[in-house]
Design a protein. Sequence first.
Length: 137
Amino acid sequence: MKLNRTLAGFLAASAVALALPVHAHSRGAGHEAGGAGMFRHLQLTTEQREQVSKIFKEQEGAFKQRVEAARAAHEALRKAAIDPKADVRPLADAAGKAHAEVAVLRAETMRKVLPILTPEQRSKLEQAPARGHRGRH
């Protein structure tokens, strides 16, 4: 019984930890001016900001759909974590896959933005700490 409670606590904490990047993405980090905010430190020109905004606007529907799917998968896992009879493996797999789909779309979006940047801006971007991971070690 104690193992079930420990497992449930671990799974609930894991679900929350995995949901945080999805939540951060859906709440605005980088969504100002259609996503150009995440590149603020690169000092984009007006033309670059417009191009980046266009890319993010084009991806907006897919992001919303994938983020919602990830949120639903994490919620199902959270609920199952406190049910001693629930088979959490398929739910954890689904939550991981949903999180991966969001990450893949982010990477694809970044690949569309990179050609817009100057070599100096790309270098600055590569040297910047990962978003959402500052101070977490």
